[in-house]
Design a protein around this ligand. Structure first.
Ligand code: ACO
Length: 394
């Protein structure tokens, strides 16, 4: 029987409307709990690695030692990208945003691995491995190419996180820095239903290839309302400048009804558990690699926001609040923060792609038509220009 939605059931942005039944992850926003496949994020951050967590998300169980080693070996083997992809990137404008370069390159992978066999476990496995392996290489390659350099080849001696940092600088990263970066990837790997995951599932539901699924999710993550607030947190901390300026800054924002970047979350009404872990990691990193003066500004900002609106409105630091400071200390340029988010989230998107295939029904929501009916077709000579159509430069 067809369900007809009435206008009073409509919700802007589908806010609060379940879009799938999923076993991949769970958030309790009141208690500040995030679980991947039922395991608390704190436990995974402490005991797991990004690749093991990716396996858990995608295959729904923790791997045995042998399964993990096989998975890591396959990913290591497939890290290189074809020279066609590198040559394609050389044609991209160096001023283009790395997220646009990543979306284009992810889609281009589909040209090279186009045999689609969604009912074949070997095809699924190969797509998972290729996407996890090649996305970091593509992000790093575009970064080098836009600087006028040749991409740095992946280093087989290094693990996933260390190899990515190596491909950005051609220097072996400090072991603590690499370990902390690996935890950052784990923390960003999955976060239930959101715009990019929904995008991935909608694309997956058409039974298109997985490269198109990831490309569409990357394009969705690129928007300023989704990925990218951590870049703005850094700008804000620099603008505030010193601990003494924090209180007047918060008062000014609140008086002007201006959002304070890195605070608040649609789901969490307490401090985001990922922000707590990231803050701890940032302290470890600064203890080893030197203090960051803006960290003191950040801590004071957290205290003042809590005092003014935190307890009353449930506005606490989100995942973006401490990650920018951390990435900057790792020497990562600010416009790579969102591509790094994508590198991590590929694990979650692939888990949702695989889950969607097992229960697939093509997404086909309805709409509430609010336009006109029965208008006359106006002959060209009688039409009037009633708006500025804009111009497009060559
Ligand atoms: N600073 C100041 N006040 C805030 C903030 C903030 N960052 N966030 C929410 N509030 C206030 C709102 O003004 C509103 O107050 P009111 O009830 O007096 O009008 C109340 O708290 C509820 O805010 P909403 O906007 O309704 O909260 P919502 O859940 O819709 O928005 C969002 C969540 C979009 C994340 C918002 O908090 C925000 O814009 N934060 C800043 C940007 C940011 O850090 N984004 C990253 C989010 S994490 C991620 O996407 C990975």
């Amino acid at each position: 029987m067809m369900m007809i939605m009435t206008s009073n059931e409509f919700r802007d942005g589908l806010a609060g409307v379940p879009a799938a039944k999923s076993r991949v992850s769970h958030v309790d926003g009141e208690k500040g709990i995030l679980e991947y496949r039922g395991i608390r994020i704190e436990e995974l951050a402490e005991k797991s690695s990004f690749i093991e967590t990716a396996y858990l998300l995608i295959w729904g169980k923790l791997p045995t030692q042998e399964e993990l080693e096989d998975f890591e070996t396959e990913i290591r083997y497939h890290r290189r990208i074809k020279y066609h992809i590198r040559d394609m990137m050389k044609c991209f404008p160096g001023t283009g945003h790395p997220m646009d370069a990543l979306q284009t390159s992810a889609a281009a992978l589909g040209l090279f691995y186009s045999r689609r066999a969604l009912d074949n476990p070997n095809y699924i496995r190969a797509a998972v491995v290729r996407l996890l392996a090649k996305i970091p290489t593509m992000v790093a390659a575009f970064h080098m190419i836009r600087k006028g350099n040749d991409p740095i080849q992946p280093n087989d001696d290094l693990n996933y996180a260390a190899n990515f940092l190596y491909m950005l600088t051609e220097r072996r990263p400090d072991p603590l820095a690499a370990q902390i970066f690996d935890v950052c990837l784990t923390l960003h790997a999955e976060h239930t239903m959101n715009a990019s995951t929904f995008s991935a599932r909608v694309t997956a539901s058409t039974l298109t290839d997985p490269y198109a699924v990831i490309a569409s999710a990357v394009g969705t993550l690129a928007g300023p309302l989704h990925g990218g607030a951590n870049e703005e947190v850094l700008n804000m901390l620099e603008e505030i400048g010193s601990v003494e300026n924090v209180r007047p800054y918060v008062e000014r924002c609140l008086a002007n009804k201006q959002k304070i970047m890195g605070f608040g979350h649609r789901v969490y009404k307490v401090k985001d558990p990922r922000a707590t872990i990231l803050q701890d990691l940032a302290e470890q990193l600064f203890a080893k690699m030197g203090h960051d003066e803006y960290y003191d500004v950040a801590v004071e900002l957290e205290n003042v926001v809590e005092e003014y609106i935190g307890r009353e409105k449930g506005i606490y630091p989100n995942v973006d609040f401490y990650s920018g400071l951390l990435y900057r200390k790792l020497g990562i340029p600010a416009d790579l923060f969102t591509p790094i988010f994508a590198i991590a989230r590929v694990a979650g998107w692939l888990a949702h792609w695989k889950e969607q295939l097992t229960v697939n029904k093509i997404y086909r929501p309805t709409q509430i038509y609010v336009g006109d009916h029965n208008l006359a077709y106006i002959p060209m000579a009688e039409r009037v220009v009633d708006r500025d159509p804009g111009t497009v430069s060559a």
